[in-house]
Design a protein around this ligand. Sequence first.
Ligand code: ATP
Ligand code: MG
Ligand code: MG
Ligand code: MG
Length: 467
Amino acid sequence: MTSSEIREAFLAFFEKNGHQRVDSSPLVPGNDPTLLFTNAGMVQFKECFLGTEKRSYVRATSSQRCVRAGGKHNDLENVGYTARHHTFFEMLGNFSFGDYFKHEAIRFAWEFLTETLKLPKEKLWVTVHRDDKESEDIWFNEIGIDQNRFSRLGDKDNFWSMGDTGPCGPCSEIFYDHGEDVAGGPPGTPEEDGDRYIEIWNLVFMQFNRSKNGEMKPLPKPSVDTGMGLERIAAVMQHVHNNYQIDLFANLIDFIAKTLNVSDHSNQSLRVIADHIRSCSFMIVDGVLPGNEERSYVLRRIIRRAIRHGNKLGATGSFFHKLVSALVQEMGEAYPELKAKQAFIEKTLSIEEEQFARTLNNGMKILQSYIEQMNGTVIDGEMVFKLKDTYGFPDDLTADIAREKGLTIDKNKFDELLANQQASGREQGGFKTDYNDTVEVESETEFLGYERLNCEAKVLGILVEGG
Ligand code: ATP
Ligand code: MG
Ligand code: MG
Ligand code: MG
């Protein structure tokens, strides 16, 4: 089954079971300033769970574009290292707003996996929250699952929340066993960090609203929120172990490999770049522009990281913006807004690339010579700070380079220096610090970049949303 076929089968299954099909909402949540990016299917329905918004339906299904690159759910560091994490992915979900609860949620999920997708039951593993006897009974008595493929876990694994505040509750998760050839143990064991047992579907039983002071108030009615990663279930259905081998990535990775002249398509940097072109393009589609604050800074960090990985593969000139066409080819049909904004995405990335290229080489040289001479395995916080401040190397980029060499960074020292800088910026100016402002040459480049970006947006006749 192709990814598109799986997406359609999922939505059709829940439609048949009385759910309203709802479009994906944008990556920038319209209803929630506490959240950096839409990180799950439930985000656009938050008010429905809280009971403060009523819709004409009480059951919904969607395929939601998500980004997990900041805040409570941040998988940026996992990309390229695990088989299952992306910064951008699609989450298939079904939702009940005070309508059905655990029985139906569990039955729907099991039926979809074992009957519609025809997955063998003996490849599935189920977890529940330790205190959730009700779900446990349903799994054993109504579904009849194998006791040997079942775990009871605590809050860390089986209590889901969107962020520090908002709707939350205990959950039950379904894992797929990719077989003995892959390293890793069942959920809840010390070996689970491997990629053998991959979590595919999370069924959250929404019962509480967590307030700022940590208080848990019951929701007006118990509800259901589920999420299944499209790329993960596609890997299962396409008999590959690694998400980056599925159809959605195959053409994209081919194209990147050709562009950068790389022959090994399982190269880690190729995968990182493939992931990053997806998240960066969709963030820009949804109105984020590279910059130095919040969402914009997350985007900038990801772009710079992608460029560095390209550089590592031997790219000498700009390449990242050239990959947008391949992404549009792959996903433009499912997301017409991506196709419509192709030229604008390319321009935005290309300006950012040009700007960073000037400083990348210098920064890399400085970091490399520091690493050659350093003692121990921890890169000094002052060095990390200098790279960020003077060369536009975000600290996570330095950490990424360090990790490849078996080193770490002194994050505490770095955070301290950053906090000092921010505090003195506040004293001086009274407005938020633009870190690049402190560097004369760089600040000029930044400025020109933005002037040009705005001009070009006008030339292209494109409205820069939120920018
Ligand atoms: P993991 O433990 O593997 O990091 P999670 O528990 O953080 O996953 P949930 O928050 O439960 O994930 O999200 C619901 C589903 O979304 C997961 O079961 C998985 O299928 C998918 N998913 C979560 N994070 C990612 C990601 N970074 N990339 C791709 N799919 C993801
Ligand atoms: Mg996770
Ligand atoms: Mg998990
Ligand atoms: Mg989970």
